[in-house]
Write a protein that binds this ligand. Structure first.
Ligand code: GDP
Length: 197
């Protein structure tokens, strides 16, 4: 599915710019620098599909990519900039809330969490919005190449416990490394299952 055609559809700053899409939509969310662009690029096998390294001044937009006829990937704007002005944070919240509430074809949101840091306060707003919108989501740990096996297990336990009180969270946690390739096949097959459901 990922090996075939894959193209950028468009970026949307407002909900009225969001394209109509066919099939299943899968979205990726995460703090800036979590490794989201690297993961989207690794999944699609394209080095330039999602721009690596977002800059704090960059326009916040939802980026839509068509992967074959039945799957759309959505790269959600990164969050958690320490110096982000309130207006920008509000614009992010508004866009994300509206998007989550208006997409029946949205099959799952993968929330990326840096395995070295775990869930931080800045991750809470997206988790709250997902729970409030009742959109199924799953945590994907990134950069697991930076952790020893025991550290990774401890991190997974910690995240699992944090998610247990959240109604829309999928309990299984995926562990990935875009750099080493770990977990990518598992993530791809999970997405393929969502598409074929
Ligand atoms: P984004 O801001 O979430 O899109 O993050 P990027 O994909 O731009 O990555 C942020 C930084 O993390 C870059 O310096 C990447 O090289 C690094 N990075 C991304 N994925 C991995 C990974 O799997 N392992 C390691 N060690 N570093 C990674």
């Amino acid at each position: 599915m990922f090996a075939g055609e894959c193209s950028f559809i468009k970026g949307a700053v407002h909900l009225d710019g969001v394209p109509a899409t066919a099939g299943v939509e899968i979205a990726f969310a995460g703090r800036s620098n979590v490794g989201k662009s690297s993961l989207v690029n690794a999944l699609t096998g394209r080095k330039t599909l999602a721009k690596v390294s977002n800059t704090p001044g960059r326009t916040q937009e939802l980026n839509f990519f068509q992967i074959g006829p039945k799957l759309t990937l959505v790269d959600m704007p990164g969050y958690g900039f320490a110096a982000a002005p309130e207006a920008k944070v509000n614009a992010w919240t508004r866009l994300i809330r509206r998007y989550l509430r208006s997409r029946p074809q949205l099959g799952r949101v993968y929330v990326l969490i840096d395995s070295r840091h775990g869930i931080k306060n800045t991750d809470e707003p997206i988790l709250d919005l997902l729970d409030a919108s009742a959109v199924s989501y799953q945590v994907v740990l990134t950069k697991v190449d930076q952790l020893k096996a025991a550290e990774l297990e401890a991190r997974k336990d910690e995240v699992r416990t944090a998610l247990s009180r959240r109604p829309a969270a999928y309990p299984e946690i995926l562990a990935t490394s875009s750099r080493e390739g770990e977990g990518l096949a598992e993530l791809k097959s999970a997405i393929a299952r969502l598409v074929s459901e």
